[in-house]
Design a protein around this ligand. Structure first.
Ligand code: ARG
Length: 458
């Protein structure tokens, strides 16, 4: 017998039962569902809507179910459609018809919305904690590699040398914004829908504030129709997660490049790589690649829900049941990705010698040479032209800028003097960017200190 069976003359078609059921996935929220019910029944008793004695019996029954759920003993069934009815049905079986009083003044519509808010609040906080750990891993690595210079790129062409720490802290900036975005989303996750009933409110003199307090919600929905229809907070979570995954994916792409023979900037730890079934020499950056790949499913989850919501009339529609799987999948994916990624960053080995060599083998000090001429009084545009020609000359000679003789320099401009060599030394080039936000060592050291502060403020 269905909990809603009274109006029906026939059993539900088996295929329909399976098609409409959500128990296969929403059982993930069983503990949240019971938590919400415990708050609701406490309020029903306190407001005299049901006798206190009944409220106590129901609470006890619910606690028993919670224990069974936690210990994996609770049996969920498709006949009972979803997590809400599985639990209510079991409650009635355990404590008798008095269990039927639990649903007084409540609907599955405000109940499921409450479950999602509870679930997502918990998980978002955990994800923020994982982002914080990643920020710490990045800061630690930046501190450890403060002296390492790497080629900086634009268009994936050597551009100007930068500190590895500066590069790592660029990602710090992205992930710090991700943490902020999730914290901001939490403000809209932390709102109580319960008390909205099916859509219009309830005829019972409920006390929503008591329930909000009991469940630790900062606010309640102002409007019952909005309360049961709103999934913006899930979208915000999925949006923030998509941006976060995009950042992880960009970093992963660099790990894949940097660990290749062609770059050779880092060696990923064996524990974070896998081999080939045929090529014995292979060590593949699978973790980085898969994290990059998993970004796609999170984007998919965001677009899936946006699409589900776009044509829905108010208020509840069964379409809304499609809100959960993508959300669960995103939570699991993001949590797994963050933990793996932090481990990969912490264990990767920076190939200092190879990098020291690499930064000498390019023209990424050319801008500094132009700036040198500017300091000698030449307009920048003219200096750009002179150095462009000088680079071209080097290429024809198979030389780098540091290899040129002073005579060769002076053939291109009489402004060049002996001090030119110091000006294009890679360390000088990096430290010359002594501006706020620049890659100069002192600036980066200050940025590391700011990063430490930002982490303790999260
Ligand atoms: N399983 C449903 C969901 O996830 C619960 C709400 C059902 N409400 C309803 N009126 N059928 O959306």
């Amino acid at each position: 017998m269905k909990l809603w069976g009274g109006r029906f003359t026939k059993p539900t078609d088996k295929l329909v039962e399976e098609f409409t059921a959500s128990i296969g996935f929403d059982q993930k929220m069983a503990a949240d569902d019971i938590r919400g019910s415990l708050a609701h029944v406490k309020m029903l008793g306190a407001c005299g809507i049901i006798p206190q004695e009944d409220a106590d019996t129901i609470s006890e029954g619910l606690r028993g179910i919670l224990q069974d759920v936690r210990e994996g003993r609770f049996v969920f069934s498709v006949e009972n459609e979803d997590v809400h009815m599985n639990i209510e049905k079991s409650l009635i079986e355990r404590i008798g018809p008095v269990g039927g009083k639990l649903h007084t003044g409540r609907s599955r519509n405000d109940q499921v919305a409450t479950d999602i808010h509870l679930y997502l609040r918990r998980e978002t906080k955990q994800i923020i904690a994982l982002v914080t750990e990643l920020l710490q891993a990045l800061t630690d690595s930046a501190r450890e590699h403060q002296d390492v210079i790497i080629p900086g790129y634009t268009h994936l062409q050597r551009a100007q040398p930068v500190l590895l720490a500066h590069h790592l802290l660029a990602y710090f900036g992205m992930f710090a914004r991700d943490a902020e975005r999730l914290q901001d989303a939490l403000k809209r996750i932390d709102i109580l829908p319960l008390g909205a009933g099916a859509l219009a409110g309830t005829t019972f003199p409920i006390d929503r504030e008591l329930v909000a307090k009991e469940l630790g919600f900062a606010r309640m929905y102002d409007n019952s129709m909005d309360a049961v229809s709103d999934r913006d907070f899930v979208l915000e979570f999925l949006g923030a997660s998509s941006i976060l995954m995009m950042h992880l994916s960009r970093f992963c792409e660099e790990m894949v490049l940097w660990s290749s023979t062609e770059f050779g900037f880092v060696e990923l730890d064996d524990a974070y790589c896998t081999g080939s079934s045929i090529m014995p020499q292979k060590k593949n950056p699978d973790v980085a690649e898969l994290l990059r790949g998993k970004t796609g499913r999170v984007y998919g989850n965001l677009f899936g829900l946006l699409t589900v919501l776009k044509g829905l009339p108010l208020t509840y529609n069964k379409d809304l049941q499609e809100d959960k799987e993508g959300m669960f999948d995103t939570v699991e994916t993001v949590k797994g990705a963050l933990a793996l990624f932090a481990g990969m960053v912490r264990t990767m080995e920076v190939r200092r010698e190879r990098l020291a060599q690499a930064v000498k083998e390019d023209f990424s000090n050319a801008t500094d040479l132009a700036d040198y001429l500017v300091r000698k009084g030449m307009p920048f545009r003219q200096a750009h032209e002179v150095i462009g020609k000088l680079v071209l000359y080097c290429i024809t000679q198979g030389k780098f800028l540091a290899d040129l003789t002073l005579e060769e320099y002076q053939e291109h401009s009489p402004h060049f003097e002996q001090d030119v060599y110091a000006a294009i030394d890679v360390r000088t080039v990096v430290d010359a960017r002594d501006v706020f936000g620049g890659t100069g060592s002192k600036r980066v050291q200050a940025a590391i200190e700011r990063a430490d502060k930002a982490i303790s403020g999260l």
